[in-house]
Design a protein around this ligand. Structure first.
Ligand SMILES: [Zn+2]
Length: 353
């Protein structure tokens, strides 16, 4: 019974180049095969030798298979059509297992039978490439893992069709190269004609990537806002509730109270907020649009603020842009307010009044 239920994916890497005639693809779901324009020049022998026949086309248009040990066989042209797996459908299912939104696969330069099917984005700007390699041979798998690691320079997922290809040695090499190898069996299965994501896939991935994220945070013990995947600066709001207290939220939820310390904006020696904190307060006073008279005076503080925010929210792009649309200005991509809660606001009002 176990054998009957065995998923068909191992067949993918058994055929050279994942190409073969219908007879080669026995046991592989027919609806996941696509015909190519090519006719095979060899065909499984119908005799008892278990080998392949050379296919010869006679002048009358008939196709004949010739086996060195068995009899000749007349072959039907349709049976000679070469089929490829429907990679678009299979990779789309794998992409669903990773919760990838746009399932488009691209070939990887100079590595044959290898595709990137997307990037796994578990939180904030953390993106881990997801690749698939159609290969069953351990030696080549191990070599490709090394090539991919050198190319990407960050943790990645490598998906292999066959569970038997995920040997201890392959896993060790992946681990040493900052990657993780999965077999399709762990991720997708066939239910009738439909490709389904296995219930366990999401949990495995979440746990793994949480480990990678923790590892990549070099500043041990630094505050990190739980920025959800796909969030942008525009989703984030900073609101001063006091001189040294900011309420942070994303898309109106996930409220957290942070101090200058959490923003890495408190001087460890003097215990006083750094100049970057004053910059942030000034931004709150002007609602995120700060006119600049002398950029050289502000440049360093602005840079410090951007870096602190990028680390706190784990987002890659610069949260503060320089604009010249309506005079020289620094503009925040996030919402910042609460300037009226600051004592410098009182001082300003007194000055005006
Ligand atoms: Zn034969």
């Amino acid at each position: 019974m176990m054998l009957l239920n065995r998923p068909p994916w191992h067949t993918l890497s058994q055929l050279s180049g994942a190409r073969g005639v219908k007879a080669d693809w026995q046991g592989f779901p027919e609806h996941l095969l696509k015909p190519t324009q090519d006719l095979a020049d060899s065909y499984p022998c119908l005799g008892r030798c278990g080998g392949y026949m050379d296919v010869v086309k006679h002048s009358d248009g008939q196709y004949v298979g010739i086996c060195p040990t068995c009899d000749k066989q007349v072959l039907n042209k349709l049976d000679l059509v070469v089929y490829r797996p429907d990679f678009a459908a299979i990779f789309a299912a794998l992409a669903r297992a990773f919760g990838l939104e746009d399932a488009s696969h691209t070939t990887v330069d100079s590595i044959t039978q290898c595709w990137q099917i997307g990037e796994y984005n578990p939180a904030a700007s953390y993106r881990f490439p997801v690749l698939t390699l159609i290969e069953g041979q351990a030696e080549r798998i191990e070599r490709v893992i090394g090539q991919i690691a050198a190319k990407l320079q960050k943790p990645f997922f490598m998906l292999l069709p066959s569970a038997s290809a995920v040997t201890q040695s392959v896993q060790d090499i992946a681990y040493r190269n900052g990657g993780k190898v999965f077999a399709y069996e762990d991720l997708i299965e066939l239910e009738g004609n439909a490709l389904q994501v296995r219930g366990t896939a999401a949990a495995i991935l979440a746990e793994l990537s949480a480990g990678w994220i923790k590892h990549s945070d070099d500043a041990e013990g630094a505050t990190r806002y739980p920025t959800p995947a796909g969030a942008t600066w525009g989703d984030i709001m900073l609101e001063f509730t006091a001189d040294e207290l900011v309420s942070v939220s994303c898309k109106g939820s996930g409220h957290k109270q942070y101090s200058a310390e959490d923003f890495n904006m408190r001087d460890k020696k003097t215990k006083k907020p750094k100049k970057a904190w004053a910059f942030l307060q000034a931004m709150a006073l002007v609602g995120g649009n700060m006119p600049i008279s002398n950029i050289e005076e502000l440049k360093k503080d602005k840079q410090a603020v951007s870096q602190s925010l990028q680390a706190l929210f784990q987002l890659d792009d610069d949260p503060i842009i320089y604009s010249k649309d309506a005079g020289a200005m620094y503009k925040t991509k996030f919402v910042i307010r609460g300037g009226d809660k600051l004592t410098i606001a009182d001082a300003r009002r007194r000055r005006v009044g």
